[in-house]
Design a protein around this ligand. Structure first.
Ligand code: SAH
Length: 351
């Protein structure tokens, strides 16, 4: 018998997997009542594993140089207007120190695919990780620097990197091709994710919601891919156009759909670490709280030196001040307390 959408959500909770068709039914038949029901289940499941804790990660945007030319991204190499910067090792360590003082116990090093850190220079990442782990042995180091060879990932891991974030962006190969130039492909991206898992990284994947040309069938594939990969972390956020990119005139993704997908991902992966992303906060003032109420449990405030924050513009109006800034942790803590959540100073590993 064909199950209705509520039964499908129950099935997802019981079995943690559905078929692509089943996910698509849920997405096609989404309405306010279903959205509410899913959010309630998601938040309950999150509390079951992690209580009311919200983990914080200090995000350090190490470089906006990028060899890639993704059609949606403001720091694509083809964007001549982007003002490029690369933090020095010292600046990165200073950011970690500032984060440590504020109570951060995870540092996330994110950046474009900067040739400075790649190929024969991948050892620079290894050196950096070693220095951070030596200075802050109790802290987790997360890397989010794009696609590398297995040997490089292995060296990063051996140097002490604990986690790696690499969104798959979209799990449909044709759709992937509409968002990326021909040199990049979904198969390789997925391969990187399986390699990261194999090497023992807590691995994060995810996708943009509402990227141009995306359908519910594509999103269903994204969810099926996540259930296959079993990532420890999942970051999703609405697509937001950047004016100096080929997709700059496209509409932004929906906050509501993003929140619904956060709920579904929490029900699928009850132990996952799921951030309330900056993109969500950019499109909606209360986006972070709303995401928490759909089962998110991580926030990643910006720890980059203030003078470079504006330059890491993946999309227009990207938040980097106010409660997005690591310095506003107290205010963020109060906002979380108002919805019954406690921001904790802990590594916040996958459990
Ligand atoms: N070079 C790294 C980091 C990329 S930036 C990597 O390849 O993983 C981090 C994330 O920002 C991307 O994975 C993408 O999902 C998101 N992003 C980039 N441009 C965006 C846009 N215009 N709207 C919303 N999210 C975007």
């Amino acid at each position: 018998m064909v199950k209705n959408r509520y039964e499908l959500i129950q099935k997802l909770e019981a079995e943690h997997r559905l078929s692509a068709e089943e996910y698509q039914t849920i997405l096609d038949e989404r309405d306010d009542a279903l959205t509410k029901a899913a959010a309630q289940r998601a938040e309950e499941l999150c509390r079951k594993t992690y209580g009311n804790q919200v983990f914080i990660r200090g995000l350090i945007e190490v470089s906006n140089y990028c060899k890639n030319n993704c059609y949606y991204c403001g720091i694509r190499c083809g964007n001549q207007k982007a003002e490029r910067y690369r933090l020095t090792g010292e600046e990165i360590l200073d950011s970690c120190e500032a984060g440590w003082q504020l109570g951060f116990r995870t540092f996330v090093l994110q950046g474009g695919e900067d040739p400075w850190y790649r190929g024969t220079h991948a050892g620079r990442v290894t050196e950096l990780v070693k220095k951070i782990k030596k200075a802050y042995p109790q802290c987790a180091v997360t890397l989010s620097l794009g696609e590398y060879e297995e040997a490089d990932y292995q060296a990063f891991r051996a140097a002490g990197a604990d986690r790696y974030l690499l969104r798959h962006e979209t799990a449909d190969a044709v759709h992937y091709g509409k968002l990326h130039p021909a040199e990049l492909n979904l198969e390789h991206r997925k391969q990187c994710l399986y390699t990261l898992k194999k090497l023992g990284f807590q691995t994060g994947s995810g996708f943009m919601v509402g990227s141009p040309g995306q359908t519910n069938a594509h999103l269903a594939k994204d969810l099926v891919f996540l259930q296959e990969l079993q990532p420890e972390m999942v970051g999703i956020g609405p697509f937001i156009p950047h004016q100096d990119t080929p997709l700059g005139d496209q509409a932004a993704g929906s906050v509501e759909l993003t929140l619904f997908l956060v709920s579904l991902i929490r029900i699928m992966l009850p132990h996952a670490l799921i951030p309330a992303t900056t993109a969500l906060g950019t499109l909606m003032e209360s986006g972070r709280e709303k995401a928490m109420l759909c089962g998110a449990n991580v926030i990643m405030p910006n720890l980059s030196p203030t003078d470079v924050r504006k330059k890491y513009t993946l999309y227009d109006n990207k938040l980097c001040t106010g409660d997005e800034a690591a310095e506003s942790l107290r205010h963020l803590t109060e906002r979380m307390a108002a919805i019954g959540r406690e921001v904790v100073c802990a590594r916040g590993d996958f459990t």
